[in-house]
Design a protein around this ligand. Structure first.
Ligand SMILES: [Zn+2]
Ligand SMILES: [Zn+2]
Length: 286
């Protein structure tokens, strides 16, 4: 079965090229050619690896659907509306956990590690994220949504998220209330203190407004991750999180602290760094 995201590839390529042309026309200095090509390469490999991983993980969805207590009638309109909302709700939590738990962040960090912000960043996705992604969508199978309907609607969700990765669209008026927009998602990619871990939305920003993670774009966004990766090596970009996690585990004392390195916030080092800086005045805390 061809996924909507695979069909969208030529459209994505065209839009990336048009945006690059517009940015370069304005100011060549503003365009990091190698970052863009790297994003495209990472995107292609993630589609290939993602498809391989899905050969296994699709079965988890199918098994859950087999034992679901009821089946949604997909020949009428209302289950499709519920599916679009439920899929987006699941995405919100998958995305939020991907920022709040270090072992999930090790996958998602790939998407955030570019310091640029343009359409090519949308396709800069983890090569191995498919290994964990499925778990957040199993509830949809239990709700009785057939696999093909899920793949279709989830594909639309991911395609939606493509166009919001641009600086060229500023604000969209009342649409900003309900939908995730370029402005809201720029905030999500920001490492400014007030922007960290905000605006997790897929299509609808309503989840962030409901669960207290919404922040409006006010000051200029500084893009990237707290500790810049400074590398175009796509293998390193996809794996560095695991090495850093292992090092954090080695450096932390006690079983629970080591466990926190896996399941705690990936910002813990950042926060710990602040504590160390504060403690510098009193040597016994260093
Ligand atoms: Zn994110
Ligand atoms: Zn993004």
């Amino acid at each position: 079965m061809l996924k909507p995201t695979v069909i969208a590839i030529p459209f994505f390529a065209l839009m990336i090229a048009i945006e690059a042309y517009l940015v370069i026309r304005e100011d060549r200095e503003k365009f990091d050619k190698w970052d863009t090509w790297n994003n495209v390469l990472i995107g292609f490999v993630s589609v290939a690896f993602g498809s391989l991983i899905a050969i296994v993980t699709a079965n988890f969805y199918l098994w859950a659907y087999e034992i679901a207590p009821f089946r949604m009638p997909m020949d009428t309109w209302w289950p499709w509306v519920i599916l679009v909302l439920a899929d987006d709700f699941a995405y919100y939590w998958f995305h939020r956990f991907s920022h709040e738990m270090r072992f999930l962040w090790n996958f998602h960090v790939v998407h955030h590690s570019s310091e640029e912000y343009n359409l090519s960043v949308a396709v800069r996705q983890s090569w191995f994220g498919g290994a964990v992604h499925w778990a957040f969508y199993i509830p949809l199978a239990f709700l009785g949504f057939p696999f093909a309907a899920f793949v279709f609607v989830h594909g639309i969700n991911l395609i939606y998220q493509f166009w919001i990765h641009t600086k060229l669209i500023t604000r969209l008026g009342p649409l900003e209330w309900v939908f995730n927009t370029p402005s809201h998602h720029r905030v999500h990619h920001g490492v400014n203190d007030e922007y960290l871990d905000k605006n997790y939305a897929g299509i609808f920003i309503i989840w962030d407004r409901m669960f207290g993670t919404f922040v409006e774009e006010r000051e200029e966004v500084k893009y990237g991750i707290i500790k810049p990766i400074n590398s175009y090596n796509s293998v390193w970009i996809n794996t560095h999180g695991w090495f850093e996690m292992a090092e954090a585990m080695r450096n932390s004392k006690g079983f629970w602290n080591k466990l926190r390195c896996i399941f705690g916030s990936p910002n813990m080092d950042h926060k710990a760094g602040e504590t160390v800086n504060v403690g510098l005045e009193s040597p016994e805390h260093v």
